[in-house]
Design a protein around this ligand. Structure first.
Ligand SMILES: Cc1cn([C@H]2C[C@H](O)[C@@H](COP(=O)(O)OP(=O)(O)O[C@H]3O[C@@H](C)C(=O)[C@@H](O)[C@H]3O)O2)c(=O)[nH]c1=O
Length: 183
């Protein structure tokens, strides 16, 4: 597996080794030992999620606060998305900064988003299946949401030529300065 560090060093892009042959391909989509070595410490996943979205759907920016903060290992198994992580750790030198990466079924790329980050994505293909593992269970009482277009964060989302389609929760999300916060 190839490990690429992003501009926020704790956010990793992971490229599994893909074995292609006449039948198709094989890859280890998750290997606990290899993953823990890449991250540098033991990570324990407890929930797997799968969402399907049409082109232009934007989910985020979401996070959970302690005691149910979630690290997420995310990937796209059908279609393509632009995936974003925003550092919400107040003690971090990269607090408030974001990184974005294209994840697609074709590239098999995954992204590791540690606890302490908000996460979101927009679908850039006709539809996308998005799969992710989380390090804590869903806990809606700990949920935090930040506006996808908060100018203080300044995410450069891809221009799809259509308005993003958001959930009612995401439309009503506060800016970062007014959102529930870590620390
Ligand atoms: C996230 C989640 C939602 N749900 C339910 C609640 C709700 O009725 C329905 C849809 O929930 P949401 O609208 O929050 O789904 P969605 O907007 O896809 O939320 C997800 O967005 C991405 C960006 C993330 O990072 C995830 O952690 C998660 O927050 O599914 C669960 O039962 N378990 C879960 O783990």
């Amino acid at each position: 597996m190839n490990v690429i560090r992003t501009a926020i060093p704790d956010v990793l892009i992971l490229e599994p080794k893909v074995f292609g042959d006449t039948r198709g391909f094989f890859m280890e989509s998750y290997n606990q030992k290899v993953f823990n070595e890449a991250v540098g410490h033991d990570v324990h996943f407890v929930q797997d999620n799968h969402s399907r979205s049409a082109k232009g759907v934007l989910r985020g920016l979401h996070y959970q606060l302690p005691p149910h903060a979630q690290g997420k290992l995310v990937r796209c198994t059908q279609g393509a998305v632009f995936d974003v992580a925003v550092d919400l750790r107040h003690s971090s030198p990269t607090f408030g900064r974001w990184v974005g990466v294209e994840l697609s079924a074709e590239s098999h790329r995954q992204c590791w988003i540690p606890p302490g980050f908000a996460h979101g994505f927009v679908v850039t293909s006709d539809s996308a299946d998005f799969l992710y593992k989380t390090t804590d269970l869903y806990a809606p009482e700990c949920e935090g949401v930040v506006r996808w277009d908060d100018l203080a964060i300044g995410i450069t989302w891809p221009d799809l030529g259509i308005a993003p389609l958001l959930s009612a929760k995401d439309v009503a999300a506060p800016v970062l300065a007014a959102a529930r916060h870590f620390d």
